[in-house]
Design a protein around this ligand. Structure first.
Ligand SMILES: Nc1ncnc2c1ncn2[C@@H]1O[C@H](COP(=O)(O)OP(=O)(O)O)[C@@H](O)[C@H]1O
Ligand SMILES: [Mg+2]
Length: 365
């Protein structure tokens, strides 16, 4: 799918602007602080109904305005069918509409628009907290599978209840009921994450090779203390055994010590931890490879190529790697890349930004 038109009203430092995009590579350039990331953030917001920069919705509204709204017109690859997605933010309330119809729940909306995002802070993805890596898995899987987000929301609710029961020293019967319910959601989450990591471990190293062109072998591992049996019956049995074994530990900690809320995704270079041994450049390209691999996963599962949103990805790459990146993403569908003026690729639709205004759009030959 691709984003054909993006309309912005009082979004961040934009007042009112319309952006027309191309089906292939779109390069958004301009001075620091002009609004390049704000623009990419708007495009990604239409897929996730939240900012990839961890900003509250209020921070997205122009500081001189009371409300913001954005609207995207998306074209779907195979059918050339179009869909509009609008988001309106006001007073801590948000409203999302698809083709003019209000969306009731996030889980019914997720997956309407597919994007895969690289944020410059992803350089620290593997050095940071496991929760960040779980979020990457969760966002991708929520976009792919309508049931995933439901299972995840249910798991989080039951986990809170189970932790409360442990804190209040509820009797073992209450705990047992909660454990049983928790396991049904835990099984689905674990299976889906396992599938994702298998796909990533197979494909991200190929992107890494294409980008780097050197011999280091990237690999990924799903780290979990849950059972990874694909039989629900065996999963339950193994998990109940673990819960029994760690009963006293849970009583002391008063918290659930087994389950997908503790999962992690680790990356390795030639078998060594990327987080501890990898250089900044290797970490950057490994995260970027992950972004591309997750895009490939979405395409495989949904039959529609997602939009690649790569914020400020060029400036830290040398000339050869820039070229490799552009060659790698060219066949993957639409991409929105931000960067400085001097990196503008020959093949890109050039979109200039200056102080919250789109200043020119022209097709380069
Ligand atoms: N809610 C807001 N209202 C007005 N301006 C904002 C708002 N949020 C951010 N900005 C402005 O946006 C600019 C940063 O835009 P950004 O997209 O991050 O720049 P860059 O082009 O470097 O990526 C800053 O000047 C900042 O003050
Ligand atoms: Mg920026």
């Amino acid at each position: 799918m691709w984003l054909k038109e993006l309309d912005l009203f009082d979004w961040r430092n934009f007042h009112q602007d319309t952006l027309n995009l191309g089906e292939g590579l779109n390069y958004i350039h301009g001075p620091n602080g002009s609004g390049k990331t704000n623009l990419l953030e708007a495009a990604a917001y239409l897929a996730y109904a939240r900012s990839f920069r961890k900003t509250s919705d209020k921070g997205l509204i122009n500081s001189q305005a009371k409300a913001a709204s954005i609207k995207g017109t998306f074209v779907f690859g195979t059918s050339s069918l179009t869909k509009t997605v609008e988001a309106r933010l006001e007073d801590g309330a948000k409203q999302v509409k698809v083709d003019g119809k209000k969306v009731d729940t996030l889980s019914s909306f997720m997956g309407t628009i597919l994007v895969s995002v690289f944020d410059p802070r992803d350089v620290f993805l593997f050095k940071g907290e496991p929760s960040e890596r779980r979020k990457v898995m969760d966002e991708t899987l929520s976009a792919i599978s309508p049931n995933y987000l439901y299972s995840l929301q249910r798991y989080k609710k039951l986990l809170r209840e189970r932790n409360q029961a442990l804190a209040q020293r509820s009797d073992s019967e209450v705990l047992g009921v909660l454990t049983n319910e928790l396991l049904a959601s835990a099984y689905r989450i674990t299976q889906e994450r396992l599938g994702l990591v298998r796909f990533v471990d197979k494909t991200a190293p190929e992107y890494f090779q294409k980008l780097f062109g050197n011999g280091a072998k990237l690999s990924f591992k799903y780290r979990t203390n849950s059972s990874i049996s694909d039989s629900l019956e065996i999963f339950r049995k193994e998990m109940l055994f673990q819960f029994e074994r760690r009963k006293s530990q849970e009583a002391i900690r008063r918290a659930t010590v087994i389950g997908p809320h503790l999962d992690d995704l680790s990356a390795y270079l030639d078998g060594n931890s990327l987080a501890s041994y990898g250089s900044q450049g290797q970490n950057r390209l490994a995260s970027l490879s992950l972004t591309l691999s997750l895009a490939a996963l979405m395409k495989e599962k949904k039959g529609e190529a997602p939009i690649l949103i790569l914020d400020d990805v060029m400036s830290d790459l040398d000339g050869e790697k820039k070229k490799r990146l552009l060659d790698t993403i060219a066949p993957m569908g639409q991409s929105l890349i931000s960067g400085n003026d001097k990196d503008l690729p020959e093949s890109a639709l050039s979109i200039g930004i200056q102080a919250g205004k789109v200043v020119h759009e022209k097709e380069r030959d």
